[in-house]
Design a protein around this ligand. Structure first.
Ligand SMILES: C[S@@+](CC[C@H](N)C(=O)[O-])C[C@H]1O[C@@H](n2cnc3c(N)ncnc32)[C@H](O)[C@@H]1O
Length: 970
């Protein structure tokens, strides 16, 4: 390489160092500094002025292989030099690979000024190779060496024992800092290239460090400023007394096998006042390890928009500032952000930390309060990858089979306006991601505060996704979505589903065991899953669970259970626990009996918050799909052309052909270790989940790897006690990188007799949904004033089995315990279609919404404001009396814009008196509420149900197809 450079007639007047370092400076400037980095990385050349490109050009260039800047740069290079330069460029491009697992961050630890550091963006396990972090070593001539030293630019000079000379350490690997207790080690690739191997597990967000050499920073690294030295009071942090004792060695450089650098630094007898010692460190007590660690963390920031001061004070550093890229979407996004900011401004600014990532607090400012937002780092990450930090994900360019593509053509995909809030936020109008090939796969759970009306161009419709809104409204920890009266809420209308009942077509995915043979399934199937799932967004390791299940003593188990419980309580305080389903145990037991011993697998949903991380090892069930964003983990389709998940074509092909020239290691093969080769499944909010290890293509979203699409609609928290029943936790199939979903029936499964055409029996938690919820599935406004009766008319259309007696059981969803229930159900069957109409009366026994969110004083009605805040979810189950298929439909009952005060007398009377048509006695069972305090069932008038009657109803209704029922109607 070096020879080649010398050969060049264009550059032979340069020294090697000049050439190589210029390569490196150029590439670092282009691919690191220019990509929203808020500082410039150290330059080898003092006269380097940086690349002349702006972000916009970089954005275009990176994924398109057309790198105009570099075209100019390599003008006059010989082909060999071009190759060499390209080679080096690849090292930089590798940083942006989805599975790179690190990013360039910053730290002020060493000089007080921002310097580069490498931060993990994934969980690293000891032994793994950081194959996307590459560097090259170039031998330095003596002159170059001296020159660099004299210029003080020898920060990247090592002495190689192999080459027996000083070498320049180039490429992104040079950004890895030294730590005396490092978590990575150098490994050589061939003669001139290096990468790293992880020595200790590294968590997301942690700095990745390497041990340079014994005496790199002076004798015994006495000048080392690493965090380990700081904690252990070694190196630079050694007190003077200790120095006196230990400073006996005057040995020269010890040369490491891999690379060392002669220390050109001042020795420790020289004042270190120039070294930066963070304020907090100075103040900290010697034993304040925690504080030190915090300081350490605080001083390391991740790329682009890090520190608060920098974040927004400096206009140029504002991540949201419009750039000269004239991206309309970006300006829309800006406007939107600004609007949010305007709306949320008040006299007393309150800092609201976005919950986009665990470090959001560090990267946000008061400006981001009270609005959905990403912290600075996530914003930067999003701009580059189109994903929330730290996820990077690759898209299979042709990941969907022809059939899938065809089938999806016929399906109307959700439009922007129909996307849930979170997806709206993550979809345009955000700027197009820099690397377009990455699928949006945040495994973290961005949670937004919505208490403002988005501007019209951001689609003001907020769709009430069943799990999201209900839980959001209940559970402030998980989500603090708030509702405003002027936003219309409605239920999410699931996109039409492509039903795949042919088990051979459903891709068996994660489950290592073959699915138990099912009894014949109904010919059509649409399942909305509503049961606990085994989900994890945290990279779980099978061994962890194994360890916990197998190797723990009873005492340990007990302790861990207690801890798990404590952690759960922390997340879900008792009074706010939103997922506790009354009678769940009994329900499960009953269902298990009925289904021949159904085994529920309920594991974790973990987000990236550290405290949740702990739960991984404690088997605490925290399943909250309300905060589930789109999750995807890649897996190639076996035996297809797509076996390798490839990068978008726009990513330079050079990535795929990359090899270190004199290396025996073909880095392309490292892909095999990457997430892209892991099994993959997709979980998309509000999509459909298959059962029995079969994942059904629901055909509704492009993001889903269709054959393997899996969806979670909602999941329930299962009490800890469930774990006792959880005998085979070690059998839970794992994806190393992410998601686990398992529904595993055990034992024979009873299928319902003659399941109706439009229902599919879910042989599990047996909650079925009507295939096509009626669009008019609207709800009567409820009066949720304290202790008031809540009356609602519900209507749903569906096809049910003819001649099967049905009943409808209403229940208040998670709020069950808060209500007593009266039900009056009519089911009218017609040959093809049945319209089920019901009027329910729920009587609050407690405040609703829960006091935690909107505490209405018991003694008086809630203010109109309060009344508008939370839609209530009520689920009802259509249940044939033979106890077989049950249909659950969750509905959201929105608050009325005007609420009529309820008269006290209304509580006792029958709330139902459909104001139209002649009532008649239902032939169906009128089911008495299973809830306490329910009054005796009443026979209620039935509205003849037909399409016509429904239409009539609709016209009469001021909200939905039903006219509000007045108490005196009874
Ligand atoms: C190979 S570079 C590492 C990346 C560097 N931070 C940058 O921004 O380019 C080595 C330089 O980083 C700094 N450095 C890294 N680790 C250090 C440590 N433990 N103590 C003191 N300085 C360190 C020193 O300035 C050193 O010369």
């Amino acid at each position: 390489m070096i020879d080649a450079i010398f050969e060049s007639r264009h550059i032979n007047h340069f020294s090697v160092i000049r050439v190589l370092s210029r390569y490196d400076d150029t590439l670092a400037s282009y691919f690191v500094d220019s990509l929203y980095l808020w500082y410039d990385t150290l330059r080898m050349n003092g006269d380097f002025v940086g690349t002349t490109t702006d972000n916009n050009e970089t954005e275009k260039a990176l994924p398109t292989k057309h790198l105009p800047y570099f075209k100019d740069f390599i003008q006059g290079f010989t082909p060999k030099q071009v190759t060499e330069f390209t080679q080096h460029m690849k090292r930089y491009l590798f940083m942006f690979r989805p599975n790179a697992g690190f990013e360039v961050g910053s730290t002020s630890r060493y000089t007080g000024k921002p310097e580069a550091c490498l931060l993990a963006t994934k969980e690293w396990k000891a032994g793994e190779q950081v194959t996307c972090c590459l560097g090259s070593i170039a031998a330095l001539s003596e002159q170059d060496d001296l020159k660099l030293k004299s210029e003080g630019r020898d920060f990247s000079v090592m002495v190689s024992t192999r080459k027996k000379c000083s070498c320049l350490f180039l490429g992104p690997a040079r950004f890895m800092n030294h730590d005396c207790d490092s978590n990575c080690e150098f490994i050589l690739i061939g003669q001139n290239a290096i990468t790293f191997r992880v020595q200790k597990d590294i968590h997301i967000g942690e700095e990745m460090t390497v041990f340079y050499a014994e005496h790199y920073f002076g004798d015994n690294n006495c000048e080392c400023l690493c965090s380990s030295c700081e904690i252990k009071k070694q190196g630079h942090f050694l007190t003077s007394d200790e120095n006196a004792i230990t400073d006996t060695s005057d040995s020269d450089i010890t040369i490491d096998e891999n690379a060392t650098r002669r220390s050109g630094r001042k020795r420790k007898d020289i004042s270190y006042k120039d070294y930066y010692v963070p304020e907090q460190v100075k103040k900290s007590r010697p034993d304040s390890i925690q504080l030190l660690r915090k300081t350490i963390t605080d001083n390391i920031t991740s790329p682009l928009v890090m520190q608060k001061k920098q974040l927004f004070c400096d206009k140029d550093l504002d991540p949201f500032r419009p750039r000269n890229d004239s991206l309309d979407e970006l300006s829309v996004f800006h406007d939107w952000i600004d609007n949010l900011s305007d709306i949320s401004d008040d006299d007393e600014p309150e800092l609201v930390i976005p919950k986009c990532c665990p470090q959001a607090k560090e990267y946000c400012t008061a400006r981001v309060r009270e609005r959905p937002n990403l912290c600075g780092r996530c914003n930067r990450h999003y701009q580059i990858y189109g994903l929330l930090w730290p996820m990077r994900k690759i898209r299979k360019p042709n990941g969907r089979s022809k059939k899938q593509k065809e089938s999806s053509k016929n399906i109307s995909l959700p439009t922007q306006s129909t996307l849930p809030v979170r997806q709206q936020l993550l979809s345009p109008p955000m700027p197009a991601p820099l690397i377009h090939s990455f699928v949006r796969v945040p495994s973290i759970t961005p949670i937004y505060t919505m208490n403002v009306t988005p501007p019209t161009h951001v689609q003001p419709l907020i769709y009430a996704e069943p799990s999201i809104h209900t839980r959001s409204s209940i559970h402030p920890v998980q989500s603090n979505v708030q509702y405003t009266p002027n936003i219309h809420y409605t239920t999410t209308q699931s996109a039409p589903t492509v039903r795949s009942t042919d088990s051979s077509k459903a891709t068996k995915l994660i489950m290592p065991r073959p699915p138990k043979p099912l009894q014949p399934q109904p010919t059509t199937s649409t399942t909305t899953f509503s049961e606990p799932l085994v989900i994890s967004t945290w990279p779980l390791d099978k061994s962890i669970l194994k360890m916990h299940t197998n190797n723990l003593s009873a005492k340990q188990k007990k302790r861990e259970r207690a801890l798990a419980f404590k952690l759960k309580r922390e997340l879900y305080p008792r009074d706010k626990e939103p997922y506790k389903l009354v009678g769940l145990d009994a329900e499960i037991k009953e269902k298990q009996e009925r289904l021949g011993g159904l085994q529920l697998e309920n594991i974790y949903l973990l987000d990236l918050r550290n405290r949740l991380k702990k739960i991984v090892s404690h088997r605490c069930v925290v399943v909250d799909t309300s905060s589930l964003p789109l999750l995807e983990i890649g897996r190639p389709e076996q035996g297809t052309d797509d076996e390798h998940i490839t990068y978008d074509e726009r990513i330079p092909n050079i990535l795929d052909t990359y090899t270190e020239d004199d290396s025996s290691v073909d880095l392309v093969d490292t892909e095999e270790n990457s997430v892209s080769h892991k099994p993959f499944l997709n979980i998309t909010k509000n999509k459909h989940v298959s059962v029995n290890d079969q994942l059904i293509d629901d055909g509704t979203t492009e993001n889903v790897n269709m054959a393997e699409g899996i969806t979670v609609q909602h999941a329930n928290l299962v009490e800890d006690t469930q774990f006792k029943k959880h005998k085979s936790i070690e059998k839970v199939p794992f994806l190393e990188k992410g998601i686990i979903v398992k529904q595993e029936p055990v034992g024979p499964i009873e299928l319902p007799p003659s399941p109706s055409q439009n229902y599919v029996f879910v042989p599990h938690q047996k909650q079925l949904t009507l295939n096509k919820p009626n669009e008019d599935n609207t709800y009567h406004p409820l009066d949720t004033s304290n202790n008031a009766k809540i009356t609602a008319n519900l209507q749903v259309h569906g096809l049910i089995e003819r001649g099967v007696p049905n009943k409808i059981v209403f229940r208040g969803s998670e709020e069950t315990s808060r209500f007593t229930e009266h039900e009056h159900v009519q089911v009218k069957q017609e040959p093809e279609e049945v319209t089920i109409e019901a009027c329910i009366q729920l009587e609050t026994t407690e405040h609703f919404p829960p006091p935690s969110l909107s505490p209405p004083p018991r003694s008086r009605s809630p203010s109109p404001q309060q009344q508008h805040q939370s839609p209530m979810k009520v689920s009802f189950i259509l249940q044939p009396t033979n106890e077989s298929p049950r249909v659950e439909q969750c509905v959201y009952i929105n608050k009325p814009t005007k609420l009529k005060p309820r008269k006290k007398s209304a509580r006792k009377g029958c709330p139902i008196a459909p104001p139209r048509k002649e009532p008649f006695e239902s032939k169906q069972s009128i089911v008495r509420s299973k809830f306490r305090d329910a009054p005796p069932p009443r026979t209620i008038p039935v509205i003849p149900s037909s399409k016509e009657s429904t239409r009539q109803c609709s016209t009469n209704s001021n909200i939905g197809p039903f006219v509000p029922i007045e108490p005196n109607n009874c």
